[in-house]
Design a protein around this ligand. Structure first.
Ligand code: KIV
Length: 263
């Protein structure tokens, strides 16, 4: 699939569902790119690859390293760079961080967590030629402050806040929004409150597209399985079986065979 434009992404609203998949390296970016409209270098890599309990620890330098690899593996894809915790603390810091991302990687856009409270940050970037994807609802970078990873939109006040967040992000110039961890009955109202596509994760089937973390999608991440994850492969089980077979073959002398060494 060739790189799509922001206009194409926006035009997908009410027309077709957008497919977004995370990638953290060139190897998997190559596998994912042909099917994904958007490849997201998610800060979730701090958890699924880094072994952390949340996404806070990952640095801008580390994210840039991974994004460079993803952009090499998915050179024809629309790659979104997830701005890590602290890189968007205020508008000035955010602009400096995002300029680094644009100069050092081939990412097409950045993603910023937060709604109304981040509107000024998003506006500073979009008015400086940096494309921004919003991220509202359950925002993992706020998890320590808010007491954990909690489903959002549970009552009228919470739904109104989500709608305010979506509109603030749109008004600040974002081209799309990730909506994470939201009760199903709240989702259509949030999705319909904006003209830009809303891409869901744990936010029902009513979004304009879906995003999954690749290691969840392929069943490599075993620590826990959120309710919203569907595993399309039991990657960890298959990998462990293959590794055990290799170990057994080495121990028995069955590997390598004559065809596998230089004679
Ligand atoms: O970090 C990430 O992978 C994300 C997705 C879950 C949307 O933000």
């Amino acid at each position: 699939m060739s790189k799509i434009t922001i206009e194409t992404i926006k035009a997908a609203k009410n027309t077709r569902k957008l497919v977004t998949i995370t990638a953290y390296d060139a190897l998997f970016a190559r596998l994912i790119a042909p099917e994904a409209d958007i490849v997201l270098v998610g800060d979730s890599l701090a958890m699924s690859f880094g072994g952390h309990n949340d996404t806070i620890a990952i640095t801008l330098d580390e994210m840039i390293y991974h994004a460079k690899a993803v952009c090499r593996g998915a050179s024809d894809s629309f790659v979104v760079f997830d701005m890590p915790f602290g890189s968007c603390a205020n508008a000035k810091t955010a602009l400096e961080s995002a300029i680094r991302v644009y100069k050092e990687t081939d990412a097409s856009a950045v993603k910023i967590e937060g709604g109304v409270e981040k509107a000024d940050v998003i506006k500073r970037l979009t008015t400086n030629a940096i494309a921004v994807m919003g991220h509202i609802g359950l925002t993992p970078q706020f998890a320590r402050q808010s007491g954990g990873f909690r489903v959002q939109g549970k009552d009228e006040a919470a739904i109104a806040k989500l709608i305010d967040d979506a509109k603030a992000v749109e008004d600040a110039g974002a081209f799309a929004i990730v909506l994470e961890g939201v009760k199903a009955n709240a989702v259509p109202r949030v999705v319909q409150s904006v003209k830009i596509p809303v891409i869901g994760i744990g936010a029902s089937a009513d979004c304009d597209g879906q995003v999954l973390v690749w290691s969840d999608l392929l069943g490599f991440f075993e620590a826990f399985k959120p309710k919203f994850v569907r595993r399309y492969l039991e990657g960890a089980t298959l990998a462990k079986e293959a590794i055990a077979k290799f170990a057994a073959d080495v121990r028995s002398g069955a590997f390598p065979s004559a065809a596998e060494f230089y004679i």
